[in-house]
Design a protein around this ligand. Sequence first.
Ligand code: NDP
Length: 445
Amino acid sequence: MNLEKIMSDLERKNPGEKEFLQAVREVLETIIDVVVENPKYQAASIIERITEPDRVISFKVEWVDDKGKVHVNRGYRVQFNNAIGPYKGGCRFHPSVTLSGLKFLGFEQIFKNSLTTLPMGGAKGGSDFDPKGKSQAEIMRFCQAFMSELYKYIGPDTDIPAGDIGVGGREIGYMYGMYKKLVGEHTGSFTGKGRNWGGSLIRPEATGFGAVFFAEEMLKTRGEKIVGKTVALSGFGNVTWGAALKATQLGAKVVTISGPDGYVYDPDGISGEKIDYLLELRASNQDIVKPYTYEFPNAQFFEGKRPWEQKVDIAMPCAIQNELNEEDAKNLVKNGVMVISEGANMPCTPEAVEIIQEAKILYGPGKAANAGGVSTSGLEQTQNAMKLNWPAEEVEEKLHQIMKNIHEACKKYGQEEDGYINYVKGANIAGFIKVADAMIDQGVI
Ligand code: NDP
């Protein structure tokens, strides 16, 4: 099997889709040995089939702003692979959304969902709509317009979307409301729903919680504990606040958060009322990073910079893809970072990952470390199907166990001869085998 030949075929079929091709290369590089050693995967052309989405849906979204002006955005749903369960993956609303980006995320989602041990296939969707600066009514109209097309392709046993960047509880509410009206059913075909209408406790915090649990498991492999460690987080969205909350609860000190314009360093730690304050700013759609320093003057704002220049024990990029580059990785390694646990999807560039792994730093890739979100979405689906709600402690306990299981699976397939655990390799192989075997069992369809 020739990796470069496969990649050049994919480049020809998917011209200019940089992010998607980057994600595929990263996965193939780590699973190629498994494919070579198992002729059944080659005989069934699993690589060719798993890198081609089952379906790409692209549609026009027309909506009217508060001044009566008509806008047109593009909506997408990439249904990548449903070998082990119905399609499942978030929706992203951000001006940077492209088909390539969603294909990368949908592809990654296949392996992530497989790792969770729950029956979920891989998908991703979204739009280039920018929710920033829009009124509540504009957001509602956009979500309704988006769903007026998407509803045809989703359902509780078909495809279950969820939130992602720019899509939180409010947007899910508007989309689910429209879905419910159009199909005439109150079925759990969305996760991240409101608490009073089918949502699960802990879901909003789950991705951040899970990424911290994963960091804790990684530390344990070196006989270390999370208590007393310093943590750099980036962003301050759904994932970051959950990570800040859990890291603080477990006795670590969170010293940074960030936004597109720079980052804040707070030597006293970002916890308790400070997290509540940030959440208030976020809920009111205001800038949050710089204003933090007005309220807490011991903190410093670093304009145009990223948190990775600070000396910390644990770094958790939780904002956006490619937000931690080669230079950032060198800084972290130089400053003695012990663990990097990715809350976001593909936040470290391939060059950064190489440096981190060469330095034998414990590195949990997003598809393993941030799988807590989709895992808890799976738990939300289970509660919906059973028509009951579990208490927060029960959901968190299940989430914690799933993260431990994911860590074990990564360790099983990723441990190298010198004892270093290559979590990228482990996650890719563990995720791949289950999906590939299911595809073989189900035949060529
Ligand atoms: P949110 O939109 O809630 O938060 C994103 C945060 O990142 C915001 O604070 C945003 O600031 C900030 N940000 C955006 N661009 C940059 C940048 N260039 N530098 C620094 N900060 C930036 O998204 P989520 O928290 O939901 O998602 C974050 C990441 O985690 C994404 O990669 C997502 O795919 C991944 N993920 C999310 C899951 C979930 O459950 N939500 C599950 C698994 C993965 P501002 O608002 O000012 O733009």
